[in-house]
Design a protein around this ligand. Structure first.
Ligand code: MN3
Length: 233
């Protein structure tokens, strides 16, 4: 015979056990990646305050929202890579699809963006330099085309350098937190965030000034790696 105390303990354990099991099974979800440099590393071109807020507040919010949206709308995608999640957008119920697109795009784009910048970068050189010359005529003409696409993006969005169809490289731009590969396009090799949160504290409304400064912090080594990967397919 069980005592009343034993029965209470047993029922408490029965209630607790599945809760604990669920807690342990719950996947961690996406986390904010560490920056590959200090917040002030890109000074004076991109200021430490902008980098701090952009990374620790804006990017963190995309990560948090993405985790919540996936748990609510597409639990089968929890634990997948961000590329797998974005490729699966059409399978996500409509109620959550645009939110996952915005926040999942935000997570991919910012993770990519941090890595194509560096302090005192050199380059481009070699095959990448040749591809830029072959595609745009010169480095200055590439910058003009890239800045033009970035400056003309109305409202918030991104400009991208992508592997091209007719020429080795092409410049495109996307609204919001979209990116070219979301809709079956090429994976970018370079990108620049032209949301006001990326430049407003230092450059105010002068997006072209921010774009001029951006070329001082482009990590051409990483862009060249991205280009090599893209060519391998
Ligand atoms: Mn941003």
């Amino acid at each position: 015979m069980f005592t009343r105390r034993q029965m209470l303990q047993a029922s408490a354990a029965a209630v607790l056990a599945p809760t604990l099991a669920r807690a342990q099974e719950k996947p961690a979800g996406f986390t904010l990646p560490k920056l590959p440099y200090a917040y002030d590393a890109l000074e004076p071109h991109i200021d430490a305050e902008t980098m701090t807020i952009h990374h620790s507040k804006h990017h963190q919010a995309y990560v948090n929202n993405l985790n919540d949206l996936l748990a609510k709308n597409a639990p089968a995608l929890v634990g997948k890579t961000i590329e797998e999640v974005l490729a699966a957008l059409p399978t996500i119920p409509e109620a959550g699809r645009q939110g996952v697109r915005n926040n999942g795009g935000g997570h991919w784009n910012h993770t990519f963006f941090w890595n194509v910048m560096a302090k005192n970068p050199a380059g481009p050189k070699g095959e990448l330099q040749k591809a830029i010359d072959d595609s745009f005529g010169s480095m200055d003409k590439f910058k003009a085309a890239f800045s033009d696409a970035a400056a003309k993006r109305f409202g918030s969005g991104w400009a991208w350098l992508v592997p091209g169809k007719e020429k080795p490289l092409a410049v495109v731009s996307t609204p919001n937190q979209d990116n070219p590969q979301m809709d079956g396009g090429a994976t970018p090799i370079l990108g620049v965030d032209v949301w006001e949160h990326a430049y407003y504290l230092k450059y105010r409304n002068l997006r072209p000034k921010y774009l001029e400064a951006f070329y001082n912090v482009v990590n051409w080594n990483v862009v060249a790696e991205n280009f090599a990967k893209a060519k391998k397919g």
